[in-house]
Ligand binder design. Structure first.
Ligand code: NAI
Ligand SMILES: N/C(=C\C=C\C(=O)O)C(=O)O
Length: 491
């Protein structure tokens, strides 16, 4: 596999992957290197025509793929995982250049997890069982069978491009579906690189089709297509709303993994040695562009000053640098528009009288000349802010976090729950009873106590309230990507 390295002039031209073939498109979109602000890649600007071709290919491939045994499909997934792993370095370089994240993060998190997604579902597909019940008095036996749904539409975002695409793709094809995936138009490169490995892995033509382009054009064509009965989406809440509207006339199965406004609750008996560095990471990892990132930090009053001092010191040590710098903790944000949006929240906070303790507008960003037009900003800590402020209510999805004090357990639970989102929370305390009590009362699909982002892929992942509909994981993804049928036998 090859793609232009940072500094090369040739534009990378992506093509759609339909029916096992790379196909050019009649129009293209510019894609930017977030670390320089320069166009470096052109992405197909697909529409209805390409979706029609992909549906035809996926429909034709379905009978063959769905009738293979789980073992056969599992072997294909394992081979794909091996091939991705062999290309780990190239994929990590590409992800970092396309997304702006540090190369270190792409190498240690994005690509290894993409490999793991295939290995995980290659294994879990072998272990599902179905239910059976008896009604001896009526001479009946009842059991369930599961069958793949058909053509799965997968729409993924720009923050963890290959990681989140493969988190949907692996369970979809493991269960016997064929797929049409639409990655974010801002970060399409690693999906295109993966297509180059599919044939060698033994994925038959038409089982995986990847169509590139924008949400309103090709995304909507996919969502509205009557022969795509299922959509798995990760992204923003307004887009989820639109997908829901477009799917409604067809009663499609939907899995919606959306944003968060995730609280960290830090009690006075927390181990600050562990809590401070983990909360810096949970706030600013991947430039704060993970739906699980912390953006509201509630600290018990008795340790508030001490925590704040240590937290700001540690944030100032969180280095922003060019993505290839091995000492950088944070790279560039995804786009100019997103950088401006994130900065606008800090401006609003200032206007409301909040204090910016470090970061944007307070400290100086040091970047090489070539990267000055890149979309970089410093990790920023806001205090003296009201719970009603938009910075405490809306998903900013950038390196910005708010720190506020609290008095009691009851109060903090109520405040943590007072937003429309309910995705992830962290609770820091040495008191086991309290940890269980608080975790249970938080309106949040995931609660990490005394840690962050330790993932158990077997268990349900997803959010409550406006953070989404449905869950993903070994059993949940299997259930989503299959239809269940109850069969009664009278004997
Ligand atoms: N995982 C998450 O929680 C994510 C949250 N966001 C949030 O969303 C905000 C906006 O980011 P965007 O890139 O605009 O997210 P988005 O929700 O618009 O994009 C996610 C995916 O949906 C597609 N899409 C967009 N409009 C569509 C439509 N009408 N029909 C079908 N597909 C469509 C996009 O092309 C992309 O592949 C961010 O600032 C952040 O707050 C963004 C990305 C991921
Ligand atoms: N869905 C997102 C992150 C998921 C992480 C995981 O499955 O470990 C997101 O940032 O959108």
């Amino acid at each position: 596999m090859s793609f232009p390295m940072a500094g090369t002039r040739a534009l990378l031209m992506l093509e759609n992957f339909i029916d096992g073939k790379f196909l050019p498109c009649s129009s293209y979109l510019d894609s930017y290197d977030p670390s320089t602000g320069e166009v470096y890649c052109r992405v197909p600007n697909s529409g209805k025509e390409e979706i029609e071709a992909a549906v035809e290919a996926a429909r034709a491939a379905f009978p063959g793929w769905s009738s293979r045994s789980p073992q056969e499909r599992s072997q294909v997934l394992q081979r794909l995982a091996d091939l991705l792993e062999q290309s780990l370095e190239e994929l990590a370089q590409a992800e970092s250049r396309d997304q702006g994240k540090t190369l270190t993060l792409a190498r240690t998190m994005d690509i290894p997890r993409s490999v793991q997604n295939f290995r995980f579902f290659a294994s879990s597909i072998l272990h599902h069982t179905s239910e059976c019940t008896q009604m001896d008095h009526l001479g009946c036996l009842h059991y369930t069978v599961r069958t793949p749904v058909g053509i799965a539409g997968l729409i993924s975002p720009w923050n963890l491009p290959l990681y989140l695409l493969t988190w949907k793709l692996a369970p979809a094809i493991a269960a016997g579906n064929t797929v049409i995936a639409k990655p974010s138009e801002l970060t399409s490169v690693t999906a295109w690189m993966m297509c180059k490995l599919l044939e060698k892995a033994g994925v038959p033509p038409g089982v995986v089709n990847i169509v590139f382009g924008t949400g309103p054009r090709v995304g909507e064509a996919l969502v509205s297509h009557p022969e795509v009965p299922l959509i798995s989406f990760t992204g923003s809440q307004p887009t989820a709303e639109r997908i829901t509207q477009l799917s409604a006339p067809h009663c499609k199965k939907l899995s919606l993994e959306l944003g968060g406004k995730n609280p960290a609750i830090i009690f006075e008996d927390a181990n600050l040695e562990e809590c401070v560095p983990t909360t810096v990471r949970s706030s600013f990892a991947n430039q704060g562009e993970i739906c699980l990132c912390t953006s509201r930090i509630f600290v018990q009053k008795s340790i508030y000053s001490e925590f704040l001092k240590r937290f700001v010191e540690a944030t100032r040590m969180w280095k922003v640098g060019i993505p290839s710098d091995p000492s950088a903790d944070m790279g560039a944000l995804i786009s100019k528009a997103h950088l401006e949006k994130v900065r606008s929240y800090i401006k609003k906070a200032r206007m409301e009288g909040a204090q910016i303790l470090c970061g944007e507008g307070v400290d100086k960003l040091n970047l090489p000349l070539r990267n000055r037009a890149g979309y970089f900003m410093l990790p920023t800590v806001i205090t003296d802010i009201k719970d009603e402020s938009c910075c405490m209510k809306e998903e900013i999805f950038g390196p910005v976090t708010c720190v506020v004090p609290f008095d009691s357990e009851e109060e903090v639970i109520q405040r943590a729950n007072s937003v429309k989102y309910g995705l992830a929370a962290t609770v820091w305390s040495g008191n086991v009873g309290r940890v269980h009590r608080v975790a249970k009362k938080l309106q949040s699909g995931l609660v990490w106590t005394n840690c962050w982002l330790i993932r158990e892929l077997n268990l349900p992942f997803g959010g409550m309230k406006s953070s989404g509909v449905g869950r993903e994981g070994a059993k949940d993804s299997y259930e989503f990507f299959t239809e269940i049928k109850t069969i009664t036998i009278k004997h």
